[in-house]
Write a protein that binds this ligand. Sequence first.
Ligand code: NAP
Length: 486
Amino acid sequence: METLKDIEAVLGPVPAGPIVGGQVAATAATLAVVDPATEETLTEIGVGDTDTGVAAVDAAAAAMSGWAALAPRRRSEVLRRAYELMTERGDALAHLIVLENGKALADARSEVAYAAEFFRWYAEEAVRLEGTVETAPAGTNRILVLRQPIGVSLLITPWNFPAAMATRKIGPALAAGCAVVLKPASETPLTALAIAAILGEAGVPDGVVNVVPARNADAFSSRLLDDDRVRKVSFTGSTEVGRLLLAHAARTVVSSAMELGGNAPFVVLADADLDEAVQGAMVAKLRNGGSACTAANRFIVHESLADEFSGRFATAMAELSVGPGVQPGNTIGPLVNAKTRDKVASLVQGAVDGGARTLTGGQAPDRRGYYYLPTVLGGVAQDAPILGEEIFGPVAPVVSFRDLDEAVSLANATEYGLVSYVYTTDLRAGLQVSERLDSGMVGLNRPVVSDPAAPFGGTKQSGLGREGGHEGMLEFTESKYIAVEW
Ligand code: NAP
């Protein structure tokens, strides 16, 4: 399945433009979708403008009351069917992700499994939307609290997990009874459109899920957030854009859930098992080729282990095979575009200019496609600029520390707070450090935290709210309190 045509033969046709009210909407403009492995255009699709966005809100508003009134069991069954269809067509979807995003096929396959799991999990949650009844302290009445769907929701997703970031929002929104307008990233619109087609086939009524690739993301979201019918914005992307959206949302006081950038520390304590720490470092760094908000971004290693850790890590990174993601032997595909690759290259150059040693990699290979070699930088200064930026590529700076307080203070020295990783053989120390780390999630002797059953999200400028778990569905509801006497 190397071409879009091969993929569509298995997956079914990928809609060639915005899906509004169950139909492909006519558009005035088109967008070229590029394969990052070849730098060639895969296809052109129609992109919407603000009018398309308003039409999508019209469709969502019209469809929402029927969807919300449907029995939760029925909504659950539709989501379950979507999980089954996504799983049956998982391989074709994974190939589609590789084509437009570039990631390695193994990463794309695990993304599809993870993405589909949100539909299964929220199929199970849809029938568990509970409320509460209490006796008022004065004894005069009851306090009845219901959870109701919040309303039409605007979902905006990034390119790095084009399937999972969409399903992590659509699943809970649909379970709660909301209708949505999803704007996917311009680099990767095809996966979201293919998922919309699957949802239609699974029985989601027209208008409940609208997907609009859009030409001008700022104008598009701004217009939709000015529409009184839009009551939720759920965004995953950079902190910079998150701040803009929060400012837009303030105008109409729209409930906002923000999954933003990260700068994850990977802390290796003096008693860590080095084999486990290096294996964990490889996974925490390289999931998605390093283009993950959860990617370990800074390796903070006890000074007694730093050289040994860096050497072993560099050896393992040097053995990776870099090339087109579609070839199963390649573990590192290209980055998504030239801008992302150039940013990675300039961060590495800055670190080297500041005295860091390149233990492996340190350059873009001389080939077509937006590749960057897996890189380990040793002896990075504690105040090096690379430690303050989200790298978003296969680059690992290693910095050393002397004692626990210094490790915690280095780890927390960032405006981000999405996830931290800790490696130690002393569980007590590991839990103590985990409590002191200022992040929404911690991987303790574990390099992956993402799980549809767990609340995913960050502290500080990594975001607001949580996705996944029961909390993820509550984000798409509002409490209704009824004071009642009986
Ligand atoms: P991005 O540039 O912020 O874009 C994300 C989405 O926002 C895209 O759909 C983009 O549309 C849209 N957008 C861009 N400018 C906008 C504006 N002014 N107003 C409204 N929408 C706008 O992020 P990215 O480069 O795609 O993704 C990488 C970032 O996402 C990283 O910072 C990463 O950490 C973060 N991320 C966070 C999580 C998490 O769960 N915390 C998960 C994954 C990724 P266009 O593509 O059309 O410009």
